[in-house]
Design a protein around this ligand. Structure first.
Ligand SMILES: [Zn+2]
Length: 400
Protein backbone atom coordinates (compact mmCIF):
# COMPACT_ATOMS: atom_id res chain seq x y z
CA UNK A 1 0.00 0.00 0.00
CA UNK A 2 1.28 3.46 -0.85
CA UNK A 3 2.17 5.66 2.11
CA UNK A 4 0.66 8.56 0.15
CA UNK A 5 -2.99 9.56 0.42
CA UNK A 6 -5.01 9.64 -2.82
CA UNK A 7 -4.77 13.43 -2.85
CA UNK A 8 -1.00 13.33 -2.30
CA UNK A 9 -0.53 10.72 -4.99
CA UNK A 10 -2.41 12.79 -7.55
CA UNK A 11 -0.33 15.89 -6.67
CA UNK A 12 3.00 14.21 -7.20
CA UNK A 13 1.97 12.13 -10.21
CA UNK A 14 1.20 15.32 -12.14
CA UNK A 15 4.87 16.34 -11.99
CA UNK A 16 6.69 15.79 -15.27
CA UNK A 17 10.46 16.06 -15.80
CA UNK A 18 10.36 17.56 -19.32
CA UNK A 19 9.26 21.14 -18.53
CA UNK A 20 11.54 21.31 -15.46
CA UNK A 21 14.53 20.27 -17.54
CA UNK A 22 13.62 22.59 -20.42
CA UNK A 23 13.46 25.60 -18.07
CA UNK A 24 16.72 24.58 -16.40
CA UNK A 25 18.49 24.46 -19.78
CA UNK A 26 17.05 27.87 -20.76
CA UNK A 27 18.18 29.45 -17.49
CA UNK A 28 21.65 27.86 -17.51
CA UNK A 29 22.15 29.39 -20.98
CA UNK A 30 21.87 32.87 -19.38
CA UNK A 31 25.16 33.85 -17.74
CA UNK A 32 24.17 35.37 -14.40
CA UNK A 33 27.47 35.70 -12.58
CA UNK A 34 26.75 37.97 -9.61
CA UNK A 35 28.51 40.95 -11.19
CA UNK A 36 26.98 40.49 -14.66
CA UNK A 37 24.11 42.91 -14.10
CA UNK A 38 22.67 42.48 -17.61
CA UNK A 39 22.65 38.70 -17.20
CA UNK A 40 21.12 38.89 -13.74
CA UNK A 41 18.42 41.25 -15.07
CA UNK A 42 17.71 38.80 -17.93
CA UNK A 43 17.34 35.99 -15.38
CA UNK A 44 14.96 38.12 -13.30
CA UNK A 45 12.82 38.62 -16.43
CA UNK A 46 12.79 34.88 -17.18
CA UNK A 47 11.84 34.10 -13.57
CA UNK A 48 9.07 36.72 -13.67
CA UNK A 49 7.62 35.14 -16.81
CA UNK A 50 7.82 31.58 -15.48
CA UNK A 51 6.59 32.20 -11.91
CA UNK A 52 3.62 34.21 -13.26
CA UNK A 53 1.98 30.78 -13.64
CA UNK A 54 1.52 30.81 -9.84
CA UNK A 55 -1.03 32.97 -8.06
CA UNK A 56 0.19 36.07 -6.19
CA UNK A 57 2.07 39.24 -7.02
CA UNK A 58 5.65 39.47 -8.28
CA UNK A 59 7.90 42.44 -7.53
CA UNK A 60 11.55 43.14 -8.35
CA UNK A 61 13.09 44.77 -5.29
CA UNK A 62 16.14 47.05 -5.53
CA UNK A 63 19.35 45.88 -3.82
CA UNK A 64 20.31 47.57 -0.54
CA UNK A 65 23.49 49.69 -0.83
CA UNK A 66 26.75 47.76 -0.22
CA UNK A 67 30.28 49.17 -0.01
CA UNK A 68 33.65 47.60 -0.68
CA UNK A 69 37.02 48.76 0.64
CA UNK A 70 39.49 49.64 -2.13
CA UNK A 71 43.28 49.26 -2.04
CA UNK A 72 43.69 52.98 -1.30
CA UNK A 73 41.62 52.60 1.89
CA UNK A 74 38.57 54.39 0.51
CA UNK A 75 35.16 52.77 -0.01
CA UNK A 76 33.07 52.49 -3.15
CA UNK A 77 29.58 51.13 -3.77
CA UNK A 78 29.16 47.67 -5.35
CA UNK A 79 26.26 47.30 -7.79
CA UNK A 80 23.95 44.28 -7.61
CA UNK A 81 20.83 43.28 -9.52
CA UNK A 82 17.23 43.43 -8.33
CA UNK A 83 15.85 40.66 -6.14
CA UNK A 84 12.76 38.68 -7.23
CA UNK A 85 9.87 38.38 -4.75
CA UNK A 86 6.54 36.56 -5.22
CA UNK A 87 3.93 36.89 -2.48
CA UNK A 88 1.14 34.29 -2.49
CA UNK A 89 -1.83 34.59 -0.11
CA UNK A 90 -0.12 37.31 1.99
CA UNK A 91 -3.00 37.37 4.48
CA UNK A 92 -2.98 33.64 5.20
CA UNK A 93 -2.54 32.85 8.86
CA UNK A 94 0.15 30.24 8.21
CA UNK A 95 2.90 31.15 5.78
CA UNK A 96 6.17 29.68 4.53
CA UNK A 97 9.27 31.22 2.89
CA UNK A 98 10.96 29.60 -0.11
CA UNK A 99 14.31 31.05 -1.20
CA UNK A 100 16.85 30.64 -3.94
CA UNK A 101 19.37 32.70 -5.85
CA UNK A 102 19.52 33.66 -9.52
CA UNK A 103 23.24 34.47 -9.53
CA UNK A 104 26.14 32.05 -10.07
CA UNK A 105 29.85 32.20 -9.25
CA UNK A 106 30.74 32.16 -12.96
CA UNK A 107 31.47 35.64 -14.32
CA UNK A 108 30.81 36.43 -17.99
CA UNK A 109 34.55 36.07 -18.66
CA UNK A 110 34.88 32.67 -16.93
CA UNK A 111 35.75 29.84 -19.40
CA UNK A 112 32.94 27.61 -18.02
CA UNK A 113 29.84 28.74 -19.95
CA UNK A 114 28.66 25.63 -21.85
CA UNK A 115 26.34 22.83 -20.85
CA UNK A 116 27.07 19.26 -21.89
CA UNK A 117 25.67 15.84 -21.10
CA UNK A 118 28.17 13.62 -19.26
CA UNK A 119 25.80 10.66 -19.74
CA UNK A 120 22.03 10.23 -20.14
CA UNK A 121 21.45 11.13 -16.50
CA UNK A 122 24.03 13.80 -15.76
CA UNK A 123 24.32 17.37 -16.97
CA UNK A 124 27.51 19.41 -16.60
CA UNK A 125 27.03 23.17 -16.75
CA UNK A 126 27.40 26.47 -14.85
CA UNK A 127 24.61 26.85 -12.32
CA UNK A 128 22.91 23.55 -13.23
CA UNK A 129 22.86 22.33 -9.61
CA UNK A 130 23.66 25.68 -7.94
CA UNK A 131 20.94 26.49 -8.52
CA UNK A 132 18.96 26.97 -11.69
CA UNK A 133 17.78 23.36 -11.54
CA UNK A 134 16.65 24.06 -7.98
CA UNK A 135 14.68 27.17 -9.02
CA UNK A 136 12.98 25.26 -11.81
CA UNK A 137 11.98 22.32 -9.62
CA UNK A 138 10.77 24.70 -6.87
CA UNK A 139 8.36 26.19 -9.41
CA UNK A 140 7.17 22.73 -10.53
CA UNK A 141 6.60 21.69 -6.92
CA UNK A 142 4.60 24.86 -6.20
CA UNK A 143 2.48 24.46 -9.34
CA UNK A 144 1.56 20.92 -8.25
CA UNK A 145 0.92 22.10 -4.69
CA UNK A 146 -1.49 24.81 -5.94
CA UNK A 147 -3.62 22.24 -7.78
CA UNK A 148 -5.06 21.03 -4.45
CA UNK A 149 -6.45 24.48 -3.55
CA UNK A 150 -4.29 25.11 -0.47
CA UNK A 151 -4.80 27.75 2.25
CA UNK A 152 -1.12 27.96 3.22
CA UNK A 153 0.46 31.23 2.09
CA UNK A 154 4.08 31.72 1.07
CA UNK A 155 6.70 34.14 -0.23
CA UNK A 156 9.33 33.19 -2.79
CA UNK A 157 12.56 35.20 -2.65
CA UNK A 158 15.17 34.71 -5.37
CA UNK A 159 18.06 37.06 -4.69
CA UNK A 160 20.77 38.26 -7.07
CA UNK A 161 23.77 38.33 -4.74
CA UNK A 162 23.84 35.07 -2.74
CA UNK A 163 27.20 34.00 -4.14
CA UNK A 164 28.68 37.30 -2.94
CA UNK A 165 27.31 36.88 0.59
CA UNK A 166 23.74 38.32 0.23
CA UNK A 167 24.78 41.69 1.64
CA UNK A 168 22.33 43.60 -0.59
CA UNK A 169 19.49 41.17 0.22
CA UNK A 170 20.11 40.41 3.92
CA UNK A 171 17.52 42.91 5.14
CA UNK A 172 14.98 41.59 2.60
CA UNK A 173 15.62 38.00 3.75
CA UNK A 174 15.09 39.03 7.37
CA UNK A 175 11.88 40.93 6.63
CA UNK A 176 10.44 38.05 4.57
CA UNK A 177 11.45 35.43 7.15
CA UNK A 178 9.54 37.28 9.87
CA UNK A 179 6.46 35.40 11.07
CA UNK A 180 7.00 32.36 8.81
CA UNK A 181 6.39 28.91 10.26
CA UNK A 182 9.14 27.33 8.14
CA UNK A 183 11.52 28.04 5.27
CA UNK A 184 12.81 25.96 2.38
CA UNK A 185 15.97 26.98 0.52
CA UNK A 186 16.95 25.40 -2.80
CA UNK A 187 20.70 24.86 -2.48
CA UNK A 188 21.70 21.52 -4.04
CA UNK A 189 21.64 18.29 -2.05
CA UNK A 190 24.61 15.97 -2.34
CA UNK A 191 24.45 12.80 -4.46
CA UNK A 192 22.56 10.17 -2.48
CA UNK A 193 20.23 12.90 -1.22
CA UNK A 194 22.40 14.00 1.70
CA UNK A 195 21.13 17.29 3.12
CA UNK A 196 23.00 19.99 5.04
CA UNK A 197 22.54 20.00 8.82
CA UNK A 198 24.40 22.60 10.94
CA UNK A 199 26.40 25.25 9.12
CA UNK A 200 29.12 27.54 10.53
CA UNK A 201 28.78 31.30 10.21
CA UNK A 202 30.98 33.47 8.04
CA UNK A 203 32.26 37.02 8.18
CA UNK A 204 34.40 39.07 5.83
CA UNK A 205 36.46 41.98 7.11
CA UNK A 206 38.69 44.70 5.69
CA UNK A 207 40.96 46.52 8.13
CA UNK A 208 42.34 49.83 6.89
CA UNK A 209 45.60 50.48 8.77
CA UNK A 210 47.02 54.01 8.64
CA UNK A 211 50.49 54.83 9.96
CA UNK A 212 52.87 57.67 9.12
CA UNK A 213 55.33 57.85 6.25
CA UNK A 214 58.97 58.80 6.71
CA UNK A 215 62.28 58.35 4.86
CA UNK A 216 63.46 54.77 5.28
CA UNK A 217 67.09 55.87 5.83
CA UNK A 218 67.04 59.42 7.18
CA UNK A 219 64.30 59.32 9.86
CA UNK A 220 62.64 55.89 9.98
CA UNK A 221 61.94 56.39 13.69
CA UNK A 222 59.42 59.12 12.78
CA UNK A 223 57.48 56.65 10.63
CA UNK A 224 54.71 54.27 11.72
CA UNK A 225 54.80 51.26 9.41
CA UNK A 226 51.24 50.39 8.35
CA UNK A 227 52.34 47.28 6.46
CA UNK A 228 54.07 45.79 9.51
CA UNK A 229 51.07 46.67 11.67
CA UNK A 230 48.70 44.97 9.17
CA UNK A 231 50.96 41.89 9.14
CA UNK A 232 50.95 41.86 12.95
CA UNK A 233 47.14 42.11 12.96
CA UNK A 234 46.98 39.19 10.50
CA UNK A 235 49.22 37.13 12.81
CA UNK A 236 47.20 37.97 15.91
CA UNK A 237 43.90 37.12 14.26
CA UNK A 238 45.35 33.90 12.83
CA UNK A 239 46.57 32.97 16.32
CA UNK A 240 43.01 32.99 17.75
CA UNK A 241 41.79 30.25 15.37
CA UNK A 242 40.57 27.20 17.26
CA UNK A 243 38.01 24.42 17.11
CA UNK A 244 34.82 26.19 16.12
CA UNK A 245 36.55 29.26 14.69
CA UNK A 246 38.48 29.24 11.41
CA UNK A 247 40.44 32.37 10.48
CA UNK A 248 41.85 33.05 7.01
CA UNK A 249 43.92 36.22 6.53
CA UNK A 250 43.47 36.36 2.76
CA UNK A 251 45.20 39.48 1.40
CA UNK A 252 47.20 42.57 2.37
CA UNK A 253 47.18 45.55 0.02
CA UNK A 254 49.42 48.56 0.45
CA UNK A 255 53.02 49.55 0.78
CA UNK A 256 55.11 51.64 -1.58
CA UNK A 257 58.68 52.40 -2.65
CA UNK A 258 61.55 50.74 -0.75
CA UNK A 259 62.86 54.04 0.60
CA UNK A 260 59.64 55.02 2.37
CA UNK A 261 57.95 53.80 5.55
CA UNK A 262 54.50 52.83 4.23
CA UNK A 263 51.58 54.70 5.80
CA UNK A 264 48.70 52.60 4.45
CA UNK A 265 47.80 48.90 4.28
CA UNK A 266 44.47 47.08 3.94
CA UNK A 267 44.12 43.59 5.42
CA UNK A 268 41.27 41.30 4.25
CA UNK A 269 40.22 38.38 6.47
CA UNK A 270 37.51 35.69 6.43
CA UNK A 271 36.40 34.19 9.76
CA UNK A 272 33.97 31.29 10.29
CA UNK A 273 32.52 30.73 13.77
CA UNK A 274 30.52 27.55 14.27
CA UNK A 275 29.35 24.98 16.77
CA UNK A 276 29.29 26.42 20.26
CA UNK A 277 31.42 29.35 19.20
CA UNK A 278 29.47 32.58 19.15
CA UNK A 279 29.72 35.58 16.88
CA UNK A 280 29.98 37.89 19.90
CA UNK A 281 33.10 36.03 21.14
CA UNK A 282 34.71 36.31 17.71
CA UNK A 283 33.89 40.03 17.64
CA UNK A 284 35.54 40.39 21.05
CA UNK A 285 38.73 38.67 19.80
CA UNK A 286 38.86 40.99 16.79
CA UNK A 287 38.37 44.10 18.97
CA UNK A 288 41.20 43.02 21.28
CA UNK A 289 43.62 42.36 18.39
CA UNK A 290 42.81 45.79 16.92
CA UNK A 291 43.37 47.52 20.27
CA UNK A 292 46.74 45.78 20.78
CA UNK A 293 48.05 46.54 17.29
CA UNK A 294 46.83 50.16 17.48
CA UNK A 295 48.72 50.68 20.74
CA UNK A 296 51.92 48.79 19.92
CA UNK A 297 52.41 50.20 16.42
CA UNK A 298 50.86 53.63 17.05
CA UNK A 299 48.60 53.35 14.01
CA UNK A 300 44.89 53.81 13.45
CA UNK A 301 42.74 50.89 12.29
CA UNK A 302 39.35 51.24 10.68
CA UNK A 303 37.34 47.98 10.60
CA UNK A 304 34.86 47.31 7.80
CA UNK A 305 32.60 44.32 7.30
CA UNK A 306 31.07 41.88 9.75
CA UNK A 307 29.54 38.45 10.21
CA UNK A 308 27.06 38.58 7.35
CA UNK A 309 26.22 34.87 7.80
CA UNK A 310 25.42 33.93 11.42
CA UNK A 311 26.08 30.26 12.35
CA UNK A 312 23.14 27.89 11.79
CA UNK A 313 22.93 25.50 14.77
CA UNK A 314 20.37 22.69 14.94
CA UNK A 315 17.32 23.59 17.03
CA UNK A 316 14.35 21.37 17.99
CA UNK A 317 12.25 23.29 15.43
CA UNK A 318 14.76 22.48 12.66
CA UNK A 319 14.78 18.83 13.79
CA UNK A 320 10.97 18.73 13.51
CA UNK A 321 11.02 20.28 10.03
CA UNK A 322 13.72 17.83 8.94
CA UNK A 323 11.57 14.96 10.25
CA UNK A 324 8.67 16.17 8.11
CA UNK A 325 10.87 16.52 5.00
CA UNK A 326 12.59 13.22 5.69
CA UNK A 327 9.29 11.34 6.12
CA UNK A 328 7.97 12.88 2.89
CA UNK A 329 11.14 11.85 1.04
CA UNK A 330 10.84 8.31 2.43
CA UNK A 331 7.17 8.13 1.39
CA UNK A 332 8.25 9.12 -2.13
CA UNK A 333 10.77 6.27 -2.14
CA UNK A 334 13.80 8.60 -2.06
CA UNK A 335 15.10 8.51 1.52
CA UNK A 336 17.41 11.29 2.65
CA UNK A 337 19.95 11.75 5.42
CA UNK A 338 21.74 14.84 6.69
CA UNK A 339 25.14 15.89 7.95
CA UNK A 340 26.98 19.04 9.04
CA UNK A 341 28.74 21.09 6.37
CA UNK A 342 31.36 23.85 6.28
CA UNK A 343 29.52 25.91 3.66
CA UNK A 344 27.25 28.88 4.31
CA UNK A 345 24.14 30.10 2.51
CA UNK A 346 20.94 32.10 2.98
CA UNK A 347 19.74 29.31 5.31
CA UNK A 348 22.14 30.82 7.88
CA UNK A 349 20.40 34.19 7.68
CA UNK A 350 16.92 32.64 7.85
CA UNK A 351 17.82 30.48 10.87
CA UNK A 352 19.16 33.60 12.62
CA UNK A 353 15.60 35.00 12.44
CA UNK A 354 14.37 32.03 14.49
CA UNK A 355 12.61 30.37 11.54
CA UNK A 356 13.34 26.64 11.02
CA UNK A 357 14.88 26.09 7.59
CA UNK A 358 15.90 23.15 5.44
CA UNK A 359 18.36 24.68 3.01
CA UNK A 360 19.22 21.84 0.62
CA UNK A 361 15.79 21.36 -0.99
CA UNK A 362 17.26 21.78 -4.48
CA UNK A 363 18.47 19.32 -7.09
CA UNK A 364 21.01 16.60 -6.39
CA UNK A 365 24.41 17.43 -7.81
CA UNK A 366 27.95 18.27 -6.94
CA UNK A 367 31.34 19.86 -7.72
CA UNK A 368 29.60 23.23 -7.42
CA UNK A 369 31.67 26.40 -7.86
CA UNK A 370 33.91 24.48 -10.29
CA UNK A 371 33.88 23.67 -14.01
CA UNK A 372 32.91 20.10 -13.06
CA UNK A 373 29.56 21.22 -11.58
CA UNK A 374 26.97 18.58 -12.39
CA UNK A 375 23.25 17.97 -11.98
CA UNK A 376 21.57 14.57 -11.54
CA UNK A 377 18.74 15.19 -13.98
CA UNK A 378 16.28 12.65 -12.54
CA UNK A 379 16.39 14.57 -9.27
CA UNK A 380 14.61 17.53 -10.90
CA UNK A 381 11.31 15.64 -10.90
CA UNK A 382 12.00 13.71 -7.69
CA UNK A 383 12.76 16.86 -5.73
CA UNK A 384 9.82 18.79 -7.24
CA UNK A 385 7.61 15.99 -5.86
CA UNK A 386 9.28 16.44 -2.49
CA UNK A 387 8.49 20.18 -2.51
CA UNK A 388 4.86 19.53 -3.49
CA UNK A 389 4.41 16.93 -0.75
CA UNK A 390 6.17 18.94 1.98
CA UNK A 391 4.13 22.05 1.14
CA UNK A 392 0.95 19.97 1.06
CA UNK A 393 1.64 18.46 4.46
CA UNK A 394 2.55 21.88 5.92
CA UNK A 395 -0.78 23.12 4.52
CA UNK A 396 -2.61 20.27 6.24
CA UNK A 397 -1.03 21.36 9.51
CA UNK A 398 1.36 18.46 9.91
CA UNK A 399 4.29 19.55 11.97
CA UNK A 400 6.24 16.33 11.83
ZN1 LIG B 1 23.90 28.22 -4.26
Amino acid sequence: MSPLSACEASLVEAIDLAPILARTLDWVAVNSGTGNLDGVAAMAQQLTAAFAALPGAITLEPPAPVEQVLADGTTAPIAYGDHFVLRVRPHAERRVLLTGHMDTVFARTHPFQQTRWLDDETLNGPGTADMKGGLSLMLAGLLAFESAGPALGYDVLINSDEEAGSKSSASLIASLAKGKLAALTYEPALPGGIMARARPGSGNFAFVVRGRSAHAGRNPEDGRNALVAAADLAQRLYAVRRAGLSVNPARIEGGGPNNMVPDLAVLHVNMRPGGAFHVAEAEGLIARAIADVTRIHEVTIEAHGGFNRPPKPITPAIERLFDLVSRAAGDLGEPISWKDTGGVCDGNNIAACGVPVIDTMGARGGAIHSSDEFLEVASLAARARLTALVMHRLDRGETR
